[in-house]
Every structure is written in structure tokens, then in C-alpha cells.
Design a protein. Structure first.
Length: 318
């Protein structure tokens, strides 16, 4: 090998030496370029994971906005669209994930998003149930008012003033309780608190008791009107019970959705922490590789310089 190298001309020996230096420089550049490329990809992944956390927060915000709007259709579509955006972003991050630990976390997020989606569907159904029950309750309440007015008209048709006074006095007690019931219904619908619900339940029982108290008297005089009034009151209370059940479902689902979102945020934070650790590891590896490459290039360059110099100077000295 040395004899072959020694037979080369000086120009070729110098060209070979400078070529080796250029090759070592190119190798160092490639090492630096690869390290920079890894850092860029790492930054892109960290940005996407940050967007993932922001998307999780948006899902929570849109769900709360939907509840504040009392089931607005546009707010419901926004909540569903934000959830879809979160699911799509998670899939995008998973395609870029390169470490098994990150892939496991993203798989766990899949289950969390599915649970949240199921809970959101239940929330939408429960809120829709409250709206249906409210509309039916209004219709049944108006029907009840019509039946009450009809009974009053029948009382006014009585020939005997004493009979009218006795019937009116008896019916006024029930009517007053019914007015209090509707007042308590409005109060409960405004607050939805457990205390107002208990008060409303007690008032409903009082109203039914008042109706039962006048039932023997009115059943003899106005059996048809009384049956229609009882039917309207039963329908009103049935709609109210449906509303309370749907409202309880909404209250029960809300904390579960918050738990799912909190878990998703925890997984996202773990992903962000993993990316920081990966970045630090990549930086350390890149630094060691560059130092090793630089030292190797320096040693090989010195060795090549010594060999080339000897091959050039020895013939001249002879």
C-alpha cells in the first residue's frame, strides 16, 4: 500500500490529502445536519402534543358552553366538531410517534377519547330529554289551566248561590296549591338544586292531596271535567318527573366527562414530558457523536498528514 502510494506524483498525493480532509469535513456536516433534522422533528412533535392538550381543553370548554346554552343545536355541533378534531389530532401524533412509550400513551388516549365521546352522546341525549320534557310540561300545564277554567265555568253555572260559594271555596284550595306548584316548578328549573327539588316534590304531594280532598264532591257534579283535570294533572306531573330524571342524568354525566378530560390531559402532559426527555437524550447523543466525529477526523487528518508528508519529503531528502 505504501509502495503504491509512494509511486504517486506529488500533485496526486496532495490531492488525496486534501480529499481526505474534505471527506472528514463532509462527515462532520452530515452528523450536524442529522442532529438538526432530529431536533426539528422533535420540535414538530412537541408542537403537535401541545396542540393536543389545547384541543382537549377546547373539548371541555365547548361542552360547558353547550350546557350554558341549554342545549343549543349549534353549540352541540361545535362540541362534536371539537371532539372530532381531538381524535384526528391524536391519530396524526400517533403516526409521527417513534418511541414505544409514546405509542402506549397515545393508545391509552384512544380509550379516553372513546369514553368521552360516549359520555358526550349521553349528555346530548339527556339535555334533549330535558327539552322534550319541558315542552310537554308546558303543553300539559296549559291543558291543566284549561281544565281548571272549565271547572270554574261549571261552578258559575250552578243555580244556587250557596252551592256556587261552597264549590268555589273547595276548588280554590286546590287551585291555590296548583299555582304554588307551578311557581315551585319554575324555581326548580331555574336552579336545579336538590333543595328546590325536595320542596317541589312535597308541593306536588300537597297538590294531589288537595285534589283528592275535593274529588268526592266534584265527582258527583262534574265527573267528566274532573277526570279531564286529573288526566291533565297526571300528565303535567309525569312530564315533570321526566324532566327531573333527565336533569339528574345531566348532572351525573358532567363529572364523568370532567374525569375523562382530566385523564386525557394527564396523558398529554406525560407525552410532553417524554418529548423533553427524548430531546435531551437526542441532544446528548448528537453532542457525543459530533465530538467523536471531530476527534476521529482530527486524528485521521493528522495521520494522513504525517504519511503524506513523509511520502513527499523522503524522496527529496534522498
Amino acid at each position: 500500500m505504501l509502495s503504491w502510494f509512494g509511486n504517486l506524483s506529488v500533485n496526486r498525493k496532495l490531492g488525496l490529502g486534501f480529499g481526505l480532509v474534505l471527506l472528514f469535513t463532509l462527515a462532520l456536516a452530515l452528523i450536524g445536519w442529522n442532529s438538526l433534522d432530529n431536533m426539528i422533528h422533535r420540535s414538530d412533535r412537541m408542537t403537535l402534543i401541545t396542540d393536543l392538550a389545547a384541543a382537549t381543553n377546547r373539548v371541555q370548554v365547548s361542552r360547558l358552553e353547550y350546557m350554558l346554552t341549554d342545549g343549543d343545536a349549534e353549540a352541540a355541533r361545535t362540541a362534536q366538531a371539537d371532539l372530532k378534531a381531538l381524535r384526528d389530532l391524536r391519530e396524526r401524533v400517533e403516526r409521527l410517534a417513534a418511541y414505544p412509550a409514546d405509542i402506549r400513551l397515545l393508545k391509552d388516549m384512544t380509550g379516553g377519547i372513546a369514553d368521552y365521546e360516549e359520555a358526550l352522546g349521553q349528555m346530548l341525549a339527556a339535555v334533549a330529554g330535558t327539552q322534550v320534557a319541558r315542552r310537554d310540561m308546558i303543553a300539559q300545564g296549559n291543558r291543566g289551566v284549561g281544565r281548571i277554567n272549565a271547572v270554574r265555568a261549571r261552578i258559575d253555572e250552578q243555580d244556587s248561590a250557596e252551592q256556587r260559594a261552597r264549590l268555589f271555596q273547595a276548588f280554590t284550595g286546590f287551585n291555590d296549591q296548583m299555582l304554588v306548584t307551578r311557581y315551585e316548578v319554575r324555581g326548580f328549573m331555574m336552579t336545579g338544586s336538590a333543595d328546590r327539588e325536595r320542596t317541589l316534590d312535597n308541593q306536588m304531594k300537597t297538590t294531589l292531596a288537595a285534589l283528592e280532598q275535593i274529588e268526592p264532591l266534584f265527582a258527583r257534579l262534574f265527573p267528566g271535567d274532573l277526570e279531564q283535570l286529573k288526566s291533565a294533572l297526571q300528565g303535567y306531573f309525569a312530564s315533570l318527573d321526566d324532566y327531573k330524571r333527565s336533569l339528574r342524568a345531566v348532572k351525573e354525566i358532567g363529572p364523568h366527562m370532567t374525569e375523562h378530560a382530566t385523564e386525557l390531559l394527564r396523558l398529554t402532559e406525560q407525552l410532553q414530558q417524554n418529548q423533553v426527555e427524548h430531546r435531551d437524550n437526542d441532544s446528548s447523543q448528537a453532542r457525543l457523536l459530533q465530538i467523536a466525529g471531530a476527534l476521529g477526523a482530527l486524528l485521521l487528518s493528522l495521520l494522513a498528514a504525517v504519511v503524506i508528508t513523509r511520502q513527499i519529503t523522503q524522496p527529496l531528502q534522498q
